[in-house]
Structures are given as structure tokens and as C-alpha cells.
Design a protein around this ligand. Structure first.
Ligand SMILES: Cc1cc2nc3c(=O)[nH]c(=O)nc-3n(C[C@H](O)[C@H](O)[C@H](O)COP(=O)(O)O)c2cc1C
Length: 418
């Protein structure tokens, strides 16, 4: 996902420019804000009006634009983006780019950009194969510019075929996501997340469960993946799609969740967002319990393994950062502080599930299943009250904090062991 990211799309003057209009939509549906720059040649193929209507933003075409220079400026245009995409990249543009020309807005922006740049070339196969283009591409690659395509296939020119087609908009959007993730704050880290409820069987058809929807845990896994982490999500039974780019292990019971968590270690950080059942039925019936005339079966319970404490108290293979969740209905902070000490984890994210989660349902426990969450981050350093926000926003904030904490540990480690 490109949620919250700004992509600056530079449309060049090739016949494939029409595909870049679709690329605007593909980027926006992934959550990106898209700003468009069009070259003079591009405007022979598609109009700024179409690009503006699709991006919902003004389109920039002129370097010497007084209004834009006062308000935006070509340098700011480059700096305010998280990623620049050049699509289609013409042979001419790549040659100018490799030389460092900045005679128009696209050139100036490309030269001023300090963020990742993704180039999607599109041209006739003879132009692509020409030694001059080969030199441009080699120079740009050495400068750290990322490429997607060109692809093989039929050309716009009648009867011509070969290497030179622009990559499809979906492929370019996916490459953009991968490029941003690779440079993300959690690149190279493994993050383990648990999510959802557990189901503890009574007999083959009945089980004990809780109201957890898995929305918060899944949002954390998705946010960690967007930040470039390798993410393993161990999920109890939920009604949610698998987050993109995340390895999902599905489990039913607490014991299965523990086994999947142990199998997924080592991890740099572990976030235990699942609402694991504290107890399970001591003797699960092998056959469905029958009502007819029998006495009501007593449900003797036994304790489930404590996954959070078990991992947090490990001596070998403990993730560097272990984070638990506490769903409380009263004395939220006091209970969370006690849980932090009892479990031996680094942080507890505590929420008051007696509130309705902002879904206006008024149902106690409404946070479970709602889309918003009000949490407190409880650690040895103190208590932080986070404002009520969407579960996606809470996840983003938590992931930023995880990245900061891991970075800090690495810096301290380097200083201690020079
Ligand atoms: C009909 C037509 C189609 C063109 N298609 C391409 C193309 O696919 N790839 C390319 O590199 N140049 C193509 N060109 C040439 C470019 O438009 C030209 O080199 C221009 O200077 C590129 O400028 P820009 O990169 O600033 O947009 C085409 C030209 C015309 C007239």
C-alpha cells in the first residue's frame, strides 16, 4: 500500500502516455496522493485536463510558472514527494537525465529529487537497443535510479515487436510499493504479529471465543509490511482478508498460536495483539455433547499457555522488543502497568474496551470490532495517551515507534561495542 505517501508522476512524451492516466488511478487506489508533471511532448498525447481530473490536483507543466514558483516551486515539488515516477520515460528524457539537464520542469524536478526515482521506459525496440540508450540506462542505474521494464510485446508501430513496451500500470504501482518498502523504516527487520481471537473447543461443534475481530492486529501487520519489514502474522479465526505482503499462519487455539509463534522466531519485534483465551476446556469431548435427557455437562476449565509472558521471559531468542495488548474494562492504566511487570514485556498498549470504540454502538466491548481505538502506551518510561484514531492510524503510529526503538537499540549497541 502507498497510503499516506505522495507520488510525483512525470509523464513523458511517448505513445504509452495514455497508460499513465490509468497509473494515476492505480496509485490512488493504493492510497497515494498523486501530483503530476507533464513534459511539453507529453501534452501532444494526453491533456493536463485529464491528468488533473484523475489526480484531483493541479497539473504542473512549466518551469517558469510565476504562480507555481511562488506557491510550490520546482524544488519543493521534488522534496514533498516520497517517490518520483517517470512514465513513460522516453529515450530522449533518459539521455538528458543521465547528463543532468534541467532545462524544463521535469528535468529540474528529476535533478532536485532526493527521494527514490522509478523509471518506466517505453520506446521502439531499436531506440532501446541503441548504444546511446544503453549508456543512458547504465549511467542512471549507477546513479541509483530504479527501473521497471520495458516489457516485450507488440509496438504501436504497425507490425513491430520486441523489447520496448512500457510496463503495465499495475506492475508500475507494485514496483513503486516495493521500492518504498525497501527504503522503509523497518527494512531488513522481521516483525511477528498475533491477531484475532482463539477458539477453544468444547466438543467438535462448539467452542469458547471472544469478541476480537483482528482488525487492530491485521492493521499493525499491514503497517509493518508497508514500512519494509518481513512480517509473519499468526492469526486466530477472523473475517478479514490477508494484509498485502504479509506471511499469514492461521491457527484456532491458544496452543496452536504458541506453536506458530515459536516456529516464526527469531524476530526483531513481536506484537501480541491477539485476544488469546485465558482458559480452555479441560477435557474436550471427542463427540458432540448431547442434550437429550442428560445432565448439564460441567465445563471444567484449565489454563492456556501465556504466550506473551512465555516469549517475553525467554532468555535465548527473545525478540528485542516485545509488545503486549491489554483490553480492560476498568482501571485501565493500573492494570496495564501490573501486566507489564507480570509479563516481562517492554510495552503494553492498553485500551478501554468498556467504551464503544467510536462506533456509536454503545455496546460494552465495542472497541472489539470497531474501526477506531483509543490506546495508552505503557512502558517503564511512563504512560502516553494516544488520541482516539482509526486502527490503521494507531498501527502506523506504533510501527513508527517500533522503528525508532529498534534504531535506538542498534545505535546504543554500536556505541557500546565500537
Ligand atoms: C507519435 C510519436 C510517438 C513517440 N513515441 C515515443 C516513445 O514511445 N518513446 C520515446 O522514447 N520517444 C517517443 N517519441 C519521441 C519523443 O516524443 C521525443 O523524443 C520528445 O523529445 C520526448 O520528450 P520528453 O521526454 O520530454 O517528453 C514519439 C514521438 C512521436 C511524434
Amino acid at each position: 500500500m502507498l497510503a499516506g505517501k505522495t507520488v510525483l508522476l512525470i509523464i513523458g512524451g511517448g505513445i504509452a502516455a495514455y497508460k499513465s492516466l490509468d497509473l494515476i488511478r492505480r496509485l490512488k487506489e493504493r492510497g497515494a496522493r498523486v501530483r503530476v508533471v507533464m513534459t511539453a511532448a507529453a501534452q501532444h498525447f494526453v491533456t493536463p485536463l485529464a491528468a488533473g481530473a484523475l489526480s484531483h490536483e493541479p497539473v504542473f507543466t512549466e518551469l517558469f510558472d510565476r504562480a507555481a514558483e511562488q506557491d510550490i516551486g520546482h524544488i519543493r515539488l521534488a522534496r514533498e514527494a516520497d517517490l518520483v515516477i517517470l512514465a513513460p520515460a522516453t529515450a530522449d528524457r533518459m539521455a538528458r537525465m543521465a547528463t543532468g539537464f534541467a532545462e524544463d520542469l521535469a528535468g529540474a524536478v528529476l535533478l532536485a529529487a532526493r527521494v527514490p526515482v522509478l523509471v518506466a521506459p517505453a520506446m521502439n525496440p531499436a531506440m532501446w537497443a541503441h548504444p546511446a540508450t544503453r549508456r543512458s540506462v547504465a549511467t542512471l542505474k549507477a546513479d541509483g535510479i530504479a527501473f521497471i521494464g520495458p516489457m516485450a510485446g507488440a509496438m504501436a508501430e504497425r507490425g513491430e515487436e520486441g523489447l520496448g513496451r512500457m510496463a503495465e500500470p499495475t506492475e508500475i504501482a507494485e514496483a513503486a510499493e516495493a521500492l518504498l518498502a525497501a527504503g522503509g523504516a523497518l527494512a531488513g527487520k522481521h516483525v511477528l504479529v498475533t491477531s484475532g481471537p482463539t477458539h477453544e473447543p468444547i466438543d467438535p461443534v462448539r467452542y469458547i471465543a471472544n469478541r476480537s475481530s483482528g482488525k487492530q492486529g491485521h492493521a499493525i501487520a499491514a503497517a509493518a509490511a508497508r514500512a519494509g519489514a518481513r512480517v509473519t502474522l499468526v492469526s486466530g479465526p477472523v473475517n478479514l482478508p490477508d494484509p498485502a505482503g504479509v506471511e499469514v499462519r492461521r491457527v484456532e487455539t491458544a496452543r496452536e498460536m504458541l506453536a506458530a509463534v515459536e516456529a516464526a522466531l527469531p524476530a526483531d519485534a513481536a506484537v501480541f495483539a491477539a485476544a488469546v483465551a485465558d482458559w480452555r476446556v479441560a477435557a474436550e469431548a471427542g463427540q458432540k455433547l448431547k442434550k437429550d435427557g442428560n445432565a448439564i455437562p460441567p465445563l471444567a476449565l484449565t489454563e492456556n499457555p501465556d504466550i506473551l509472558a512465555g516469549i517475553a521471559r525467554r532468555v535465548a531468542g527473545r525478540p528485542r522488543l516485545v509488545i503486549g495488548f491489554a483490553a480492560e474494562t476498568q482501571n485501565v492504566i493500573a492494570h496495564a502497568q501490573a501486566k507489564l511487570a507480570r509479563k516481562g514485556c517492554d510495552w503494553i498498549l492498553a485500551n478501554d474496551v468498556s467504551q464503544d470504540g467510536g462506533d456509536q454502538s454503545g455496546i460494552p466491548g465495542g472497541v472489539m470490532g470497531a474501526d477506531r481505538n483509543a490506546v495508552h502506551l505503557v512502558s517503564a518510561a511512563g504512560v502516553e495517551d494516544w488520541p482516539t484514531a482509526s486502527k490503521a492510524e494507531v498501527a502506523r503510529r506504533l510501527v513508527d515507534r517500533i522503528a525508532e526503538a529498534l534504531d535506538r537499540q542498534e545505535t546504543l549497541g554500536r556505541q557500546e561495542n565500537p
